[in-house]
Ligand binder design. Structure first.
Ligand code: FAD
Length: 448
């Protein structure tokens, strides 16, 4: 081969890069080392597999190692962990997790796509049976199998972020008694509290016991090692399943140990071509930083949307075709039962922190024509820069069809549009799907 490429990590970022490189160069040797049993899986789909909505974990796998080998000539070696990088000699030390044997492999170009590590509290019984973090597909399969076998009744979710909310929905569907703990007074803190209050109400109505402003302090297990109780700084709770959704941090230690520069957030520092501080080494996905287009700083934002784009850009540059990754706005979406939840850009809190003079407008409307059967609610919050009138943030919660309207706001931010521009944008309307003034535009009109 003309060139030997090694990729560490075989999921969203790693395999997007591998596929791009293969499209450009038919004869380069591409090897991917992946320590888990799977490649190209949808971690995002795990809550829906655990709830039973998606009936098999196989459906969450886009391409397995056999498909990569046969159809793309990409060697994806699962159960192989890279334990050291030697950037000077351009080689990596790889441990075969089945045989426990390690050997060096050399590269011309290296991509680090090692993802993120879920936060695990430093508590003695954190590894008890029935206590789980969700990260790789295997971790989702482990939760699924535990539930099948042990039929837990009382589930505790620690952390009210995206994962906590999605898992609360999943475990309610399995008829569990669900308690969600958060150390803050509100959940979903990437949104402002006036929006997350509505999410709290919805979850409480649905039967989730919300324990806010409570800190996990102890996990206890029975004599067989199964979790049976957790304690917070306020009380103690019997439980037979614990899901830890306490956030993630970049899996950048391997890079750091080889001298690759990290940024303040501990994510690997990259430029717009996804190049690291070392020649011939790129980084992409959750392990790498992303430039925030409004804050104008490198941030750590762990999202599948970003990881896929990072992978494409890194792969393109590795293959010799120049491509730039412009940056992110932190656009994200989730749902709890029939409530869709989305955000983009700066929240009001973030605008305040960044000392940006801002104005906001929050409106309540209908997700489609009020007279059309089963129409529901939508609440839109828009944030604009007070001086330039440019849109700088948006949050939406509401029924069917509400959430993806966030993409209109994200487009308006990317296009540096003012509130007036957004209000006058030519958007589509038909009664079963919208209102004649789209709710996003109703909010924008308040800021003209
Ligand atoms: P990962 O997907 O974490 O892949 C990294 C891979 O590297 C892993 O497979 C790991 O085993 C492997 N690896 C790590 N270190 C080594 C090593 N030393 N040697 C070999 N292999 C190694 N994002 C969204 O945008 N929308 C969603 O709805 C959404 N839902 C989510 C739901 C859940 C439950 C979770 C856990 C995440 C969700 N995300 C979502 C986030 C999204 O899954 C991640 O941002 C995305 O998977 C990141 O891709 P990545 O390739 O950077 O890292």
């Amino acid at each position: 081969p003309d060139c030997k490429v090694i990729i560490i990590g075989g999921d969203a970022a790693g395999m997007s890069a591998a596929s791009k490189i293969r499209r450009v160069h038919k004869n380069w040797k591409i090897t991917v080392y992946e320590r888990s049993p799977h490649t190209s899986y949808s971690a995002c789909g795990m809550p829906y597999f655990i709830s039973g909505k998606v009936d098999s974990s196989e459906k969450l796998i886009a391409r397995d190692p056999k498909t990569f080998a046969e159809e793309y000539d990409i060697q994806a070696k699962v159960f192989h962990e890279v334990i050291q990088i030697d950037p000077g000699k351009q080689k990596v030390l790889v441990k075969n997790l089945k045989t426990n044997k390690s050997q060096w492999d050399t590269y011309d170009k290296l991509l680090i796509a090692t993802g993120a590590n879920p936060h695990k509290p430093d508590l003695p019984e954190v590894d008890s049976k029935g206590v789980f973090c969700l990260s790789t597909l295997q971790s989702g399969i482990d939760v699924f199998e535990f539930i099948e076998k042990n039929k837990p009744q009382k589930a505790s979710i620690i952390g009210g972020g995206y994962l906590g909310v999605e898992m609360a929905e999943a475990l309610l569907e399995l008829d569990m008694e669900v308690t969600l703990f958060d150390r803050n007074e509100y959940i979903m803190k990437t949104l402002d509290t006036d929006m997350s209050e509505d999410i709290c109400s919805k979850m409480t109505e649905a039967g989730v016991r919300l324990k806010l402003d409570e800190n996990l302090t102890t996990i206890e297990a029975d004599s067989d090692g199964y979790v049976n109780k957790i304690k917070t700084d306020k009380s103690s709770y019997a439980t037979d399943l614990v899901i830890l959704g306490m956030g993630v941090s970049p899996n950048s230690q391997l890079a750091q140990l080889s001298g690759i520069k990290l940024c303040d957030t501990a994510a690997i520092q990259i430029n717009s071509k996804m190049e690291t501080s070392h020649p011939n080494i790129w980084a992409a996905g959750d392990c790498a930083s992303s430039y925030h287009l409004l804050k104008e700083v490198h941030q750590f934002i762990a999202l599948g949307t970003i990881a896929n784009k990072h992978g494409l850009v890194a792969g393109s540059n590795m293959a010799g075709e120049e491509m730039e990754f412009r940056g992110v706005l932190g656009t994200a979406i989730t749902k709890f039962q029939d409530l869709e939840i989305a955000r983009t850009g700066l929240s009001e809190r973030e605008a305040k922190e960044a000392d940006i003079p801002y104005e906001t407008a929050t409106i309540k409307s209908s997700n489609f024509a009020g007279y059309y059967p089963d129409s529901g609610d939508i609440k839109v919050k828009l944030i604009i820069d007070k001086k330039s009138r440019h849109i700088i943030g948006g949050q939406i919660i509401g029924n069917k069809g509400s959430g993806k309207r966030i993409d209109v706001i994200a487009s308006a931010i990317m296009g540096k549009m003012t509130a007036f521009d957004l209000a006058m944008m030519d958007l589509a309307y038909v009664p079963p799907l919208s209102t004649v003034w789209d709710p996003v535009q109703i909010a924008a009109r308040r800021l003209i």
